[in-house]
Structure formats: C-alpha cells, structure tokens
Design a protein around this ligand. Sequence first.
Ligand code: FAD
Length: 441
Amino acid sequence: MKRVACVRTPGRSDTVHSMESGQLRVDGLSDGELQQLVEDWVAEHVPEPWRTAAQRGGRSAIRAVRSHEAYEAWYPSFAASGLAVSTWPREYLGLDLSVPRARIVESVLAPFNLGRLNPLGLNSAGPALFAHGTHEQRLRYLPPLVRNEEKWCQLLSEPGAGSDLASLATRAVRDGDEWVVNGQKVWTTWAHFSDFAICLTRTDPNVSKRRGLTYFIVDLHAPGVEVVPLRHIGGEVDFNEVFLNDVRIPDAYRIGAIGDGWRVAGSTLAGERQMVSGSGSGGVDRIGGSGTARLLARAKELGRTHEGSIRQRLASVYSEERIREWTNQRVRATVQAGGTPGPAASIGKVHQGGLNQRIQLLANDLLGPTAMAWETPRSVNSSEYGAALPFEVSGMLRSRANTIEGGTTEVNKTILGERVLGLPREPDPWNDRPWSEVPRS
Ligand SMILES: Cc1cc2nc3c(=O)[nH]c(=O)nc-3n(C[C@H](O)[C@H](O)[C@H](O)COP(=O)(O)OP(=O)(O)OC[C@H]3O[C@@H](n4cnc5c(N)ncnc54)[C@H](O)[C@@H]3O)c2cc1C
C-alpha cells in the first residue's frame, strides 16, 4: 500500500477571509421576489447544458452531462452566492434566511441537483464550530470550507476505539502555546485529499474516559501527519489510516474547553449521523449508489416489472424511502431552525443503513447471474479492481458499510432505546474510573 507523506502547503494563509462579493442581497424581499431572485441566479450562473438536462431528464440526465470535476470547478460561484448554506449567517457565506424562506430557495434549486460539496466539513466541523468555536475560528474556517477550497475530514475512530469512541488513546500534551499529539486514527474518510480534520484527543488520562478529552482542528499538511490509504471491498480508496507523530497543534486550534471534547464531539456525531442518513442532503444523494427512482427505471429496462415478487419488493423499498424522507425532513427542519439533530438523527441512520442495503440487493437480484459474472482482475490490489464491477455490484458492496459508518446500527439502536424510549442506560462498570485504569483491547 502506497504511503502518502503530507507536507505543508506553501503560502496557505491562516488569516480571516473577507466577505464575498457575489453574495446575494435578500433583505426586504418578499417570498415571491426571493424565488424570482434565485430563478434569475440559476438562469445566469448554472451552465446551460446542465439546465437543459434538468428539464429533459432530471438528476440522471444531469449526471450524464456534468462530470464531478466540472461541478467542483463551478462550485465556488455557487458557494459565493450564499445559496449553498442559505440559513447560515452572512459572514460565514450564508444568507441569514429563516427555515421557511430557505425552503423556497431549496425548491428552486432542487431540479438542478446542486449538491453541497465538502460534506464532512459542513456536517461535522460546521456544527462543532457553531456550537463551541470562537467567532474568529468560524470566520477563519467556515467560508473556505463552504467554498470547498479547504476540504475536511474527521479523525475520531482508532484501532481500539470505534463504537466506544470515548475510550480513545491518541494523546495531546500541552507544551506552552502548542499541543504535541501522538496516536493513530483509522477509517478516516477522505483524509488523502483533505486539508483539515477535526480530531478528538486524550488530554487527561487520570479522569473518567469522557472527561479527559479535548477537541482540536488538525492541519493535515503539518509535519508528523502521515496518511495511508485503505481500499474498500469494492476496490475504491476513500478511507485511510492516519498516523500522528509529534504533531504540533497551536492552542488556537482547540475547539471548546480543555477536557470538554466529548460535549463538542456530540454536535459532530449527530451531524454525521444526519449526513449518513441523508437528511443533510435532502435525501437526494445517498451513500452506496442508487435510490428507488433509479431502481424502478432499471427494473423497467430489464423487463422485470411484471414479476409479482419483484413488484412487491419494489413497492416495499419505495414506501420505505418515502417514510425515510419525511423523517429526514423533520431533522433538517430542526437543524435549520438552529437546533441540533438530536436522537432523531439515529432513527434516520438506522433506517437508511438497512434500507440502502435492501435497495442495493434488489438491484443485484434484478441483474440475475450478471451480478455474479464479472471479470476479476488478476490482483485484488490492482487499481482496476473497482472499475471491473457492474455499478449495481459496487453499489451493493459499498452499501455493506452503511450499517457501520457513522456509528453502527446496534449502537444507534442503543441510543434510541435510551434517549427516545427512555429505557435504562447500558451498564458500564468502568464509567467513573480513570481512563488509565480501564482495560483496553
Ligand atoms: C466506510 C466507513 C467510513 C468511515 N469513516 C470514518 C471517518 O471518516 N472518521 C472516523 O473517525 N471513523 C470513520 N469510520 C469508522 C466508524 O465510525 C466505525 O467503524 C464505527 O463506529 C464502528 O467502530 P469499529 O469499526 O471499531 O467497530 P466496533 O466498535 O469494534 O464494533 C464491532 C461490532 O460490535 C458491535 N458493538 C460494539 N459495541 C456495542 C454495544 N455497546 N452494543 C451492541 N453492539 C456493539 C458493533 O455494532 C459491531 O457490530 C468509518 C467506517 C466506515 C465503515
């Protein structure tokens, strides 16, 4: 496996970014005028082939004419308008819109499938900065994050700490105005192309596991950060191991108080569950591949819609998807109204993980033997491995992770049992003992 040694990007500034010039002015506009403004913006700024594709064939037609690279190149002008995060304050590249007015914006934009880039930044770093960061930190980090100029990932899980995240061992030791961090993180999605990460560390091993944690921003280009890519079962690389060897972090990169990292992580984890469940993206783009619209089209294409058992399974996943969208809408409305996603994000996460797996399995069953008869490259380490799979198969393989990433289904069910149903807490005999005394695997 290739090792990617990261180096500091020369010339990248740590200064606060100024207000945007392309930001739309929405003060004093009626709802109708706001809608018109957004429609005019779309007509002027969304490239003509994308607009035509949207009118002709919706999201799948857009995908056919719009590469990811083209979308990334165009995206900063979308972000600069304020439309990408319209409920955020103007100074952080939003438009300060209320939730009902943001819905007007969303309904105009929806047909053009203008998904938000940098989702871990928006859904993990963003909530932590809003809830616990300083004004200076928000001004420094949020605008380039929204513009997708600085990409973010999250350094939480470790080889010995996943579900029981609070037992993590990465140490941060204070040295004047800096912290020296040592440890290993794993399953770090997108670390191989990210600039910054949120990171949970242990700053006091002599108190109970949740009290001795502190939350930092880590510059992934800093000396001592080593990113080692890992390969998914379907062949693609999108997560990594990250080794932190004497990485020096300025105290100004700390989010929240020393020892308060578990509370800060709470906003991050709820945001992540919300994202994985689809409520962060309006239930549009889901991890692991297609939703039921694509599935129905595929079933028609393959001439399978007359079969009773297939029709039943299609109807079942279709109804489940509608239900999930309504749950996500509730979570999204709470977040847009300034609340945190809360335990309801776990409902979406549990439901979406299993639902997407059912959708992807059905997509494979529709293919019949073709789903099994694909060419295997000579070596599973080959970079061609993923490319050889039909998209249904790679979607199905990727979807196996849906019930693990962002917190496993079992753990999310425990959260729902305790916080929604009010059941007694799962016993933890080590809860109040100092972390240093707790046995670890
Ligand atoms: C595709 C993917 C992307 C990821 N991206 C990131 C990322 O960007 N950043 C990051 O920090 N992490 C990331 N993760 C890690 C992810 O959060 C962890 O894998 C997850 O929290 C589970 O931890 P674990 O793998 O250590 O499994 P473990 O915690 O060891 O769990 C093993 C099994 O035991 C079960 N289990 C554990 N505890 C309990 C309990 N108390 N009750 C009942 N059952 C239990 C689990 O449900 C699971 O089935 C990613 C994972 C995946 C698969």
